[in-house]
Ligand binder design. Structure first.
Ligand code: SF4
Ligand code: SF4
Ligand code: SF4
Length: 188
C-alpha cells in the first residue's frame, strides 16, 4: 500500500471514530440534558381529589380534558349533570362541576358537545369519576405544562394514592388516552 493510501485510510478511520464518538456523546448528553416534566397517568388515576388540593398553585395546574373521539355526546351526561337532576338544562344547580367549567352545546338531536374551559377548571376530577362510572370515560386529568412550574418534587405526586405521577421527557410531556390528539393544539 502506498504511503498516500495508508494516510487516507488512517485519516478515514480517525474521522469515523470521531464521528461515532461525537454521535454517541451527543446522544448521551441529549438523554441526560432533556428537561423532564411531571405528568400523571390517566389510566392509573382513581379521582381522589388531591390534584385540586395538593398543587402548590391555586388553582391547580391539573386540568380536565375531554377526549372527543370517545365521548358519547350524550344528552344525559353524568359528567355534566348533578345526580338526580330533574332538568336537562344548563342551570348552575344542575351542574356537577363546582366551577361551571363545562360548557354544554347542542350539536344535533340527540347530541351535545361538552367542552372544558380550562381557565375555570380546578382539577377536582368529579366529572372524570362520573363519566367513568356512567359514561364512556372520555374526561381525564393532565398537568398543563404551560401552567405547571415544574417543582423539583411535585407535591401532588408525593400525596397521590395511586402512584400516577412520573417525570416525562420534554419532547413527550402529555399522557393521552388512546387516540387523543387535541393536546397538540395550545389551550383555549
Ligand atoms: S392525586 Fe392521583 S389519584 Fe388523585 S386525582 Fe390526582 S392523579 Fe388521580
Ligand atoms: S368537575 Fe372538576 S375536573 Fe371536571 S371540569 Fe369541573 S373543575 Fe374541572
Ligand atoms: S409540579 Fe408543582 S406546579 Fe406542577 S402540578 Fe406538581 S405541585 Fe403543581
Amino acid at each position: 500500500m502506498s504511503e498516500r493510501k495508508k494516510l487516507d485510510r488512517r485519516d478515514f478511520m480517525r474521522g469515523a471514530a470521531a464521528v461515532a464518538f461525537t454521535g454517541a456523546t451527543w446522544a448521551a448528553v441529549g438523554e441526560k440534558t432533556e428537561t423532564k416534566y411531571w405528568q400523571l397517568d390517566p389510566a392509573k388515576c382513581t379521582q381522589c381529589g388531591r390534584c385540586t388540593t395538593h398543587c402548590v398553585l391555586t388553582p391547580s395546574a391539573v386540568k380536565c380534558l375531554n377526549q372527543f373521539d370517545i365521548c358519547g355526546y350524550c344528552d344525559l351526561c353524568f359528567g355534566y349533570l348533578q345526580p338526580g337532576s330533574r332538568n336537562l338544562d344548563t342551570g348552575a344547580e344542575n351542574q356537577l362541576c363546582p366551577t361551571a367549567a363545562i360548557e354544554r352545546k347542542y350539536i344535533e338531536a340527540p347530541y351535545y358537545e361538552y367542552k372544558i374551559h380550562e381557565d375555570k377548571c380546578i382539577g377536582c376530577a368529579k366529572c372524570v369519576k362520573a363519566c367513568l362510572v356512567f359514561g364512556n370515560g372520555s374526561f381525564y386529568l393532565q398537568i398543563r405544562q404551560d401552567i405547571c412550574i415544574n417543582c423539583n418534587e411535585c407535591s401532588i405526586a408525593k400525596s397521590c394514592p395511586s402512584d400516577c405521577f412520573s417525570e416525562v421527557p420534554e419532547s413527550n410531556p402529555y399522557m393521552f388516552l388512546t387516540g387523543d390528539t387535541h393536546l397538540a393544539h395550545p389551550p383555549a
